[in-house]
Write a protein that binds this ligand. Structure first.
Ligand SMILES: CC(C)(COP(=O)(O)OP(=O)(O)OC[C@H]1O[C@@H](n2cnc3c(N)ncnc32)[C@H](O)[C@@H]1OP(=O)(O)O)[C@@H](O)C(=O)NCCC(=O)NCCS
Length: 156
């Protein structure tokens, strides 16, 4: 089951804990670009709070009974006025706690988000994931996401 949380210190504490795990997960993939700046955690909490109770932003929590086991953040982004498609949906974060994976929780979060975007008549939803995150890549592919844009990095 998914739910839209209201801001509460409990929820923010849980989500912050997960965020640390998510950051640790990305760091373990070997990406130098995921190293955190001082104060990152407080900034992320502000970012998270900005997704609660807003019309163009989405914060979902997945519940296993009363227990929160995962979350998703999404938003509607304006595109440059030159495009026919004026808005694009973005799912910026999805996280499911390790013991609850491969039980359909991630899919339930994304399905609920897609419904939310559809209600807002947003016809395209975009995600970004580290190319080394094979778990994430397989997950998105299974849910019907296809590579549309390649971003490429080079160190100077
Ligand atoms: C990616 C993640 C959100 C998936 O959550 P989940 O609850 O395990 O996903 P689901 O159970 O809904 O999986 C749906 C389908 O995606 C695919 N999938 C999910 N995890 C997979 C994996 N590790 N390897 C291969 N395919 C996978 C499967 O087809 C799965 O269906 P199945 O279990 O019936 O075969 C979770 O593993 C996670 O939090 N990972 C760490 C953070 C992350 O990578 N976030 C996403 C990228 S930004």
């Amino acid at each position: 089951m998914t739910d839209r949380p209201t801001a509460s210190s409990f929820w923010l504490a849980v989500a912050t804990l997960w965020w640390r795990e998510l950051v640790g997960f990305h760091e373990a993939l070997g990406g130098q670009d995921f190293r955190l700046a001082p104060g990152a955690e407080a900034r992320w909490r502000t970012y998270l709070q900005g997704h609660i109770g807003r019309r163009s932003k989405l914060c979902l929590v997945a519940l296993a009974g009363p227990q929160p086991v995962g979350f998703l953040l999404g938003s509607v982004q304006a595109r440059a006025g030159i495009f026919m498609e004026r808005e694009v949906g973005e799912i910026s974060d999805v996280y499911v706690q390790a013991p609850f994976r491969r039980k359909g929780v991630g899919k339930a979060l994304v399905d609920a988000a897609l419904e939310w975007f559809e209600d807002r008549r947003v016809g395209r939803v975009r995600i970004r994931t580290d190319a080394r995150n094979t778990m994430g890549v397989e997950f998105w592919k299974t849910l019907g996401f296809q590579t549309a844009v390649l971003t490429m990095d080079r160190l100077t």
